[in-house]
Ligand binder design. Structure first.
Ligand SMILES: [Zn+2]
Length: 80
């Protein structure tokens, strides 16, 4: 961790970091469907040193079946 390479793309290892009240979300490039990012599966498959956008580009949408998503840390709704 750290900021030794501030210009580089975020890597999959940063999926281990989170933020209270936030969760990693994958948003399909095709239909815009959002789902929780399968963090453990991504880390298993890609390791921790792959640019996050590249890993997300390999995700398959559970809705429309299209491959490719944007990954971002999204805010969770307030618990009721
Ligand atoms: Zn989709």
């Amino acid at each position: 961790m750290g900021s030794r390479n501030p210009d580089r793309l975020p890597q999959t290892g940063m999926l281990r970091l989170g933020r209270p009240g936030h969760a990693w979300v994958a948003k399909c490039f095709g239909c815009g469907r959002k789902s929780l990012l399968p963090v453990e599966r991504i880390l298993e498959r890609f390791g921790e040193r792959v640019p996050l956008p590249r890993a997300a580009a390999r995700l398959k949408c559970g809705g429309c079946g299209r491959v490719g998503a944007a990954a971002y840390l999204g805010e969770l709704p307030e618990p009721p």
